[in-house]
Design a binder for this molecule. Structure first.
Ligand code: GDP
Ligand code: IMO
Ligand code: MG
Length: 422
């Protein structure tokens, strides 16, 4: 069978968690392939809301196995807190949640370096979630990292101490931080003991055997294409490959095993943290989207920046990911407007630009906007796309014909059930 991929096409928070949960009954395995606790994936069903950071979003469906792939970075402290929140649901974690031995560990000192590095950047800060993501991936590519498999080594404590000492010497170059390392370490080692009791595996062997046995895999992306380390709005990005090709390196499945690439996007755009955002609305319209869409970060609670849908950016994301079908999220949020806008191109220093440019300085970019009619109708009770107002059908077909990829699903609310298949 194939590995289908589901990933975000914008700056993250597109609604990946909700959709993975909706799709899980169709798959044997749900596997996260990159990112770590910088992610916050929200699921809502039966009146409850859950936010997952490290654990794949298939965990509430007993039919699926959930795998944390080698491309993920794990903070044991955050991870164990997530496990504790799952306790009331009686999930068989030993059998339903498998962790790659090759996944890297976020140490308390990685979080300290993240904080120190951001502070030192001042106004140029990335707006990191401060979860230690960048420093952990730096140690991975620098060949210094600690992996889950190392937890089983007799030399683990020595390896930990060597890496921590290296970090402490790096921290001397930064102003001192008010962080209690001893307390963080005590909690970290307690959490590590919990991980050791779970099932840590050679996930690349497991996943390839599953494919050979006819099982289907859904790869769950984190962050979004515009936060990709290579193709995002560098340097205001995360430190992993969030794009579809990251599935192969993050899980160890070959490109020939990839089936559908499902790209998910909001009917508008949001971004949390610093960096360019061509269609950003800093006025009352942006504020109205933020309030209606409850656009506050699932991981950090920060207000998300909001703006109109950007087709220049979306087409770029479709190209990089090879998206085969689109899912459009949060259509219900736009119900408040009489008139909607979509960005077709940019004008940069008087020149019309249709391809997403190398370097974008917000002050230079003027989005070229097309006006579309709003639907001004509550969508949250709809059960079929056919019942949707004509203006929404037009909004959807307008995007489809502009980008040349079909929209197969429209989401009209945060709950599992508020999902219209097309
Ligand atoms: P993720 O990181 O891509 O999983 O997305 P987040 O969970 O960080 O953010 C998406 C937010 O939108 C969450 O609060 C979801 O519950 C919510 N959400 C998802 N789909 C919809 C939708 O169609 N309409 C509305 N109003 N909210 C949605
Ligand atoms: P999900 O999976 C939205 C952003 C941060 C910051 C930049 C770098 O929930 O969509 P990092 O902590 O990775 O060093 O931060 O990336 N960012 C996200 N924004 N959703 C996310 O994940 C994000 N993960 C990181 O705000 O701008
Ligand atoms: Mg999120």
């Amino acid at each position: 069978m194939k590995t289908d991929v589901l990933l975000g096409l914008q700056w993250g928070d597109e609604g990946k968690g909700k959709i993975v949960d909706v799709l899980t009954p169709d798959y044997s395995i749900i596997a996260r392939f990159q990112g770590g606790p910088n992610a916050g994936h929200t699921l809502e069903f039966e009146g409850n809301k859950h936010v997952l950071h490290t654990i794949p979003s298939g965990i509430f469906r007993k039919s699926a196995i959930n795998v944390i792939g080698n491309g993920v970075v794990i903070d044991p402290i955050v991870f164990v807190k997530e496990l504790e929140r799952l306790e009331p649901y009686g999930i068989d974690l030993k059998n339903q949640l498998l962790i790659s031995k090759k996944a890297h560990l976020i140490l308390p000192t990685h979080r300290m370096i993240d904080a120190a590095s951001e502070l030192s950047k001042g106004l140029n800060k990335i707006g990191s979630t401060l979860k230690g993501i960048g420093p952990t991936y730096m140690d991975k590519t620098g060949r210094n990292g600690l992996r889950v498999g190392d937890l089983l080594s007799e030399r683990f404590n020595d390896k930990y101490r060597d890496l921590k000492d290296k970090h402490l010497s790096m921290l001397q170059y930064y102003p001192p931080l008010e962080m209690d390392l001893a307390a963080m370490e005590a909690e970290w080692f307690r959490a590590v003991d919990t991980i050791k009791k779970l099932t840590c595996i050679d996930s690349e062997h497991y996943l390839n055997k599953a494919l050979a046995d006819g099982k289907s895999i859904l790869a769950e992306g984190a962050q979004g294409t515009m936060l990709d380390i290579d193709f995002g709005t560098y340097p205001f990005v995360t430190s992993s490959n969030t794009v579809s090709s990251g599935t192969c390196t993050g899980l160890g499945v070959p490109p020939s095993s990839i089936g559908k690439v499902i790209g998910i996007f909001k009917a508008y755009c949001t971004r949390v943290g610093s960096g360019p955002f061509p269609t950003e609305l800093t006025d009352e319209v942006g504020e109205a989207i933020r309030q209606e869409g409850r656009e506050f970060g699932s991981t950090t609670g920060r207000a998300r920046r909001c703006g109109w849908l950007d087709l220049v950016q979306l087409k770029y994301a479709l190209m990089i990911n090879g998206v085969t079908e689109l899912y459009m999220m949060k259509a219900d949020v736009l119900s408040i407007f009489d008139e909607l806008f979509i960005c077709e191109a940019y004008t940069i220093q008087g020149e019309l630009v249709r391809d997403f440019p190398y370097d974008i300085h917000e002050s230079d970019i003027v989005p070229v906007l097309t006006s579309l009619k709003g639907w001004k109708q509550d969508l949250t009770q709809l059960t079929q796309f056919e019942q949707a107002p004509d203006a929404l059908k037009h909004y959807v077909s307008y995007i489809e014909s502009s980008v040349g990829v079909p929209i197969r699903l429209v989401s009209v609310g945060p709950d599992r059930a508020q999902t219209l298949l097309k």
